[in-house]
Ligand binder design. Structure first.
Ligand code: PBG
Length: 324
């Protein structure tokens, strides 16, 4: 039989390829992680994350204005807490004048329309570098949920639009939702890190915030990376408890999980392309072994293709600038 169907016709030139392209990348896809520090006039480059910075509050305004002008409308805020303010219970996390609470207000003052999401977990505040309260070497669940709920309320009171619990305690979404409803923050959303794996890709982030666990690892709360079906259970439970957006983290090694979840849930799915993923590409590009921009776009597109509607990525600014 003569060949009638030729798939290559649809790849003949750029115009036809653009016409039939199934996915596109826009600035609206991104959530930009922001690292905030105490001090004045500081913009510190993170050693293991070349081209990514921690900003003091006075420097954050111009950064968020730039993001807004690039069409990047959502930020995910993390703070680096001075050592002397850390304890086992995350007391400083509840301080209405704490760095996170001031950061939220500063961002909202600079760009009121910017969507501000805040990290909710104890690790940056914990003297043990763990995401919850430690008792006899164990990260206790229910007491931690209480603190996370109070912390979320404090962020909402400071003006956060969404809280983003990244800790993986059981039942924290319900605990947070109940407190927000009770205190009349009915429109404050929750983006849950629902399927967050115990991953070695978080190393550079822990450098950025000086938040590495002081003992052990996070395997009693973050997921085992050998598990796929469990991610669906975790995610569905979070939705039942009140999560508005769910997340898979890390990104590239977990795209099977992203696809599974986006096939079964009816809420937006976010993916966090984490610090180690960023660092790997920067290092390979620095050596001249990979084409930075081409690989970056390929990776972001792969995350979208897998089913992500929202991508938290340290590449957000680079991508948007590249796309023009
Ligand atoms: C902590 C938290 C981590 C990240 C986001 N929130 C680190 C961890 O769980 O140890 C990692 C992000 C990244 O690597 O880019 N709750």
């Amino acid at each position: 039989m003569q060949q009638l169907r030729r798939n290559r016709r649809l790849r003949t030139n750029d115009a036809i390829r653009s016409l039939v392209r199934e996915h596109t990348i826009t600035p609206h896809d991104f959530l930009v992680p922001l690292f905030v520090i105490e001090g004045k006039n500081s913009k510190e480059e993170i050693l293991s994350m070349p081209g990514y910075y921690r900003y003091s509050l006075d420097m954050i305004s111009s950064e968020v204005k730039e993001l807004w002008s690039l069409g990047l409308k959502s930020v995910l805020v993390f703070v680096k807490v001075p050592d002397d303010l850390k304890d086992n219970k995350g007391t400083e996390a509840l301080n209405p004048e704490g760095l996170m609470q001031r950061a939220i207000k500063t961002i909202k003052e600079a760009v009121p329309e910017m969507l501000v999401m805040t990290d909710v977990a104890l690790d940056p505040y914990s003297s043990y570098g763990h995401d919850g309260i430690v008792e006899d070497g164990y990260i206790v669940n229910d007491q931690t949920c209480k603190v996370l709920a109070e912390m979320s309320l404090s962020h909402a009171q400071a003006g956060a639009d969404f809280v983003a619990p990244s800790d993986m305690m059981d039942g924290r979404i319900l605990a947070i939702r109940e407190v927000l409803e009770k205190e009349n923050f009915k429109n404050t959303g929750i983006m849950s890190y629902s399927a967050k794996y115990a991953s070695a890709f978080y190393g550079p982030f822990r450098d950025a915030l000086d938040s590495a666990p002081g003992f052990g690892d996070k395997k009693t709360y973050q997921m085992d990376f050998a598990n796929r079906d469990e991610a669906i259970k975790e995610t569905i439970m979070d939705i039942e408890e009140g999560a508005d957006i769910v997340m898979v983290k890390p990104g590239l090694c977990y795209l099977d999980v992203v696809r599974d979840i986006s096939d079964v849930v009816d809420v937006p799915v976010a993916v966090y392309q984490v610090s180690g993923e960023y660092a790997m590409l920067k290092a390979a590009a620095e050596k001249g072994w990979l084409d930075h921009d081409a690989v970056m776009l390929e990776q972001i597109m792969a995350i979208k293709r897998a089913g992500a509607q929202i991508i938290a990525s340290y590449f957000a600014k680079d991508v948007v600038k590249l796309l023009g």
